[in-house]
Design a protein around this ligand. Structure first.
Ligand code: GLU
Ligand code: ZN
Length: 505
């Protein structure tokens, strides 16, 4: 079936993690695309926890999943915490159901009991390895057992698994919305995989297919590493006599070296990015572009815009390359969009940690300065954590820089002192002006005095902010006020004069 054939509002898709770890870029990308697709189709996005492998399961990872998506700011319409008509949405709470469906397949002759012990399976594996046979998987040993006899053995309590009976000599075809038609010879598909384990727990394949069917999933959008499982799933849909959902396997996310994105490349868990000071909007925007293109030349998208623009034709076949530098750029862009208040709130924890206000929280005056300083640094930040170092000179007296730091290009110490002396009276005046007036004022002065504007500004900047590279001078001066501003210039002059060889004094 084709997407366009389904009427709007019927799309149901899902994110089905089996959280044996923290939420990472790949998983969140899958979740985001499913979320966007459902929204673009006025459908429903479902969260289902696939915790059939209880040995690898950990409640902390479930909490991490909830925290991550709360932070990222998008949610499912149905899920373990939200509820919904197809619950429960946690597979461990649905165990009884899977057994019933495994038995249904046995009755239909599409699955069978296997009584092979784990030791036997391991022995075959070792023998094949020794013989370099190249064969792998189960040898279909129990496939030919008489079904009534097998049912009797199972009923009498003999340990068993249930295996899918892959129809041999046939070809399984499915259409992938992104990759087109895909064919697998059934003889090459995983030979008769286990559906129900000896402890009665379902495997991923069984639980996944049964739940996608019972939850009315119309579209399965997942990472390309699941493609080898898809023929199995299609065979299961056919065996049950159910309509299969549409499939769309998303391109891999690679590092810049063309290898699958992993810890070797840098942060991969959302937690790490968050701790590094990434904004959720920047991450969401960037992840939405991993393997999709929306509008030519446009890079910044809100979640709302993405939900409007997303469609399966916008997905790319080529692997997506994760570019950490680009993500930094996004962070800078989203920082620029913050209001003063929002940015101050983002920076405050870092400022407190850095002791920007002298150990405690800001007093009223410091708070005012802090808020007013946001326009000075907004354009210069990639991460909120960079702000305290950039703002320190507004809250504590910076040490006087070494003399050479003050020198404009080619100027000597004596010339630098002369420039600062000229600038000193301007400082008190400019501290009371807006940027434009301050700039005009100092420009006019430089012209009249016959000095270059840059030469006049450099030593003033170093005196006032403590460094050659700093947030804008006029704004800084305004925040410091004329006394503190002029005081710093005087202090610098004193230090520079001290550095002069005595014969020049
Ligand atoms: N539980 C699988 C996972 O961990 C789900 C794969 C799928 O989407 O079918 O990714
Ligand atoms: Zn067997």
């Amino acid at each position: 079936m084709n997407t366009t054939e389904r009427s709007a509002g019927t799309v149901r898709d899902r994110y089905a993690p089996s959280p044996p770890g923290l939420q990472h870029i790949g998983g969140v990308r899958t979740a985001l695309f499913n979320y966007l697709f459902a929204r673009s189709q006025k459908g429903k996005f479902i969260l289902r926890l696939e915790d059939t492998d209880r040995t690898r399961f950990d409640e902390r990872y479930v909490q991490n999943l909830y925290d991550t998506f709360d932070w990222l700011g998008f949610r499912w319409n149905e899920g373990p915490d939200t509820g919904g008509p197809s619950g429960p949405y946690i597979q461990s709470e649905r165990f009884e159901l899977y057994k019933k469906y495994a038995l249904e397949l046995i009755e239909k002759g599409r699955a069978y009991y296997c009584f092979c012990s784990a030791q036997r399976i391991e022995k075959i594996r070792q023998e094949r390895e020794a013989a370099h046979s190249g064969e792998s998987g189960y040898d279909r040993h129990c496939r030919g057992l008489d079904s009534a006899e097998a049912a009797g053995r199972a009923a009498s309590g003999e340990a068993h698994t249930v295996r899918l009976k892959i129809p041999l000599g046939e070809v399984t075809r499915f259409h992938d919305k992104l990759l087109g038609d895909i064919e697998w010879k059934n003889d090459d598909v995983n030979p008769d995989p286990v559906l129900l384990k000896s402890d009665g727990f379902p495997t991923y394949h069984l639980a996944n297919v049964v739940d996608d069917h019972l939850m009315g999933i119309t579209h399965v959008m997942r990472a390309q590493e699941w493609i080898p499982s898809t023929p199995l799933h299609v065979i299961m849909y056919q065996s049950f006599g159910w309509e299969a959902p549409e499939f769309c396997h998303l391109p891999m996310v690679m590092g810049q070296d063309g290898k699958k994105l992993s810890k070797r490349h840098g942060a991969t868990s959302i937690d790490e990015f968050r701790k590094q000071g990434y904004l959720s909007e920047a991450l969401v925007n960037y992840i939405a572009l991993l393997g999709a293109s929306y509008e030519e030349g446009k890079e910044l998208y809100t979640l709302e815009e993405l939900a409007r623009l997303f469609s399966l034709d916008k997905l790319n076949k080529a692997p997506a390359v994760f570019d950490y530098k680009k993500l930094e750029w996004y962070n800078g862009q989203y920082i620029r969009m913050k209001s003063d208040g929002e940015l101050a709130r983002l920076i405050l924890p870092y400022a407190l940690e850095a002791g920007l206000f002298g150990g405690n929280g800001p007093d009223a005056a410091q708070e005012k300065t802090f808020l007013a300083s946001m326009p000075l640094i907004r354009e210069r930040l990639v991460f909120p954590g960079e702000a305290p170092a950039k703002l320190a000179y507004l809250f504590t007296e910076p040490p006087v820089a070494p003399p050479e730091e003050f020198f404009p290009k080619k100027a000597t110490l004596a010339e630098t002192i002369a420039l600062l002396e000229k600038g000193l009276p301007l400082v008190s005046e400019m501290a009371l002006m807006n940027d434009e007036d301050a700039e005009n004022h100092i420009k006019a002065f430089a012209e009249k005095a016959g000095v270059k504007l840059g030469d006049l500004m450099m030593p003033l900047r170093v005196a006032i902010t403590g460094a050659r590279v700093s947030p804008p001078l006029f704004g800084s001066l305004r925040l410091l006020g004329k006394e503190r501003g002029a005081g710093r210039v005087e202090k610098a002059l004193k230090a520079l004069r001290k550095a002069l060889p005595t014969e020049l004094l």
